[in-house]
Design a protein around this ligand. Structure first.
Ligand code: AMP
Length: 208
């Protein structure tokens, strides 16, 4: 967990690769649906472009389906879900039914100045969803992905007015999850202002 720009996607992708786990990013799955103009994508698009949360039922159904795919059998990392208390409760119910336990909830604790700096320079790959940053993590070739060679783009919701809205939604809804998981003794705090490699090493030490 963490505010927009905390590095959830970057860290979850790297950690999943390192530990051989499936990576489930609700934001990535939703963006793929928008790009593919699916029914789910059409329902989600306006919420996403405005920086609002997509309705809980849609996202929860999507996550429940994704968890059932075979690549999750050795474990998986959820990135960007749950985003509010209702989703956390829905997830508890899904996990209870499937006999799955949450090992850790990692919260990436990030200062506001770092969030703005990261989001305003962020680039995403339209092919494989890899993340880059104009200054902090530039691609080797201008605007092309190092992994798959596809074009990089700036997310519509990374524009300044939408960033403000997303931070607002985070403070009002998602930040409440910190206390929720603290009470369940699942919460691990990692300060995430440093560069990505340093933060990843802290997470790996914790998971060890
Ligand atoms: P992210 O890639 O995690 O920053 O998510 C981008 C956008 O996708 C969010 O601003 C929401 O509009 C939507 N989204 C992603 N995850 C969720 C979720 N768990 N619940 C509702 N909306 C979500």
């Amino acid at each position: 967990m963490g505010p927009p720009g905390a590095g959830k996607g970057t860290q979850a992708k790297a950690l999943a690769k390192r530990l051989g786990l499936a990576h489930i990013s609700t934001g990535d799955i939703l963006r793929q649906n928008v790009a593919g103009d699916t029914e789910l994508g059409r329902q989600a698009k306006d919420f996403m472009n405005k920086g609002l949360l997509v309705p809980d039922e849609l996202v929860t159904r999507m996550v429940a389906g994704r968890i059932d795919e075979p690549d999750t059998k050795n474990g998986f990392i959820l990135d960007g879900y749950p985003r509010n208390i209702a989703q956390a409760e829905a997830l508890d119910a899904i996990f209870k039914q499937k006999g799955i336990n949450i090992d850790y909830v990692i919260n990436l604790d990030t200062s506001e100045a770092v969030i703005i700096q990261r989001l305003s320079g962020r680039l995403a790959c339209e092919g494989c969803n890899a993340n880059y940053h104009i200054k902090n993590m530039p691609p080797k070739k201008d605007m092309l992905c190092d992994n798959c060679g596809s074009q990089l783009y700036q997310r519509i919701d990374d524009r300044e007015e939408t960033i403000k809205k997303r931070l607002d939604v985070y403070r009002k809804e998602s930040a409440l999850l910190i206390q929720h998981y603290r009470e369940k003794n699942k919460l691990q705090q990692v300060s995430a202002d440093e560069e990505a490699g340093t933060v990843l090493n802290k997470i790996i030490d914790l998971v060890k």
